[in-house]
Design a protein around this ligand. Sequence first.
Ligand SMILES: NC(=O)c1ccc[n+]([C@@H]2O[C@H](COP(=O)([O-])OP(=O)(O)OC[C@H]3O[C@@H](n4cnc5c(N)ncnc54)[C@H](OP(=O)(O)O)[C@@H]3O)[C@@H](O)[C@H]2O)c1
Length: 244
Amino acid sequence: MNIGIIGSGELGSLLASKFVKLGYSVSIANSRGPASLKQLAGEIGAEAATVEEAAQNKEVIIIALPQKSIPDLPKGLFEQLPEDVVIIETGNYYPNIRDGHITELDKSGIDSLWVQQQLGFPVVKVFNSILATSIKDLGRPKGEKGRIAIAVSGDNLKSKDVVFKLVDELGFDSFDIGPITQSWKQQPGSSIYCRDIDLGELKKRVGAMGTVWPDMRDQILGQRTTWEALMITDYPAYLKELKD
Ligand SMILES: NC(=O)c1ccc[n+]([C@@H]2O[C@H](COP(=O)([O-])OP(=O)(O)OC[C@H]3O[C@@H](n4cnc5c(N)ncnc54)[C@H](OP(=O)(O)O)[C@@H]3O)[C@@H](O)[C@H]2O)c1
């Protein structure tokens, strides 16, 4: 399977290296062009690509960008894409410390619904609610006690099946949150965000959130704002909060 990754930062490069090791053919792109990626791509065994190349002739395309960069992607990038291509969206929206406020996104408050609208193609949201360091070190064989579970959401069931397989190969369980309109459950500020919990605990916490976004919106977005402040002033304390 051919995988294109747009974004070569902490998450994009980690996923590229993991998927190469799993035997996939991986192209990786950033904003500065393939020359800037030659060394990284060589080290991990991926192909350095332009953004356009990373989106061409791929079965899976992973978007690993800050939310503020989504509108900067080339217009019509996914216009001619076959329907069965899987676009994975890994992003989180941090308006106060990184992305600035995006009016349209603030209105709905559902990060990946906005991304999906921007891209004009259905996305599967996954890998946003686990730290790259956890993906790197904490994968376990299927069935092992305490295996970490990752939330997945999206409207296309076939695409989600592809994602479930990839998540399993990386060493994690998946939990299907539902359609992209329910993806707020895995956003920054939620009780399952980057917690490194197993499937039983993940299901319990997702169940406790209910399904009505307006009921949870203030709590989740308020917690996100608190975390944003903590990330700047005391990152270790933020990481500790995730464990509690
Ligand atoms: N790091 C984590 O542990 C983690 C975990 C889960 C989710 N996430 C989320 O995943 C996303 C990426 O996180 P990250 O930590 O990997 O970020 P990062 O280290 O800051 O990397 C961002 C990458 O995006 C690229 N980029 C920016 N604008 C672009 C554009 N217009 N076209 C192509 N590439 C562009 C950058 O390329 P240049 O350097 O060339 O500009 C860089 O390679 C974020 O939304 C983050 O919240 C991160």
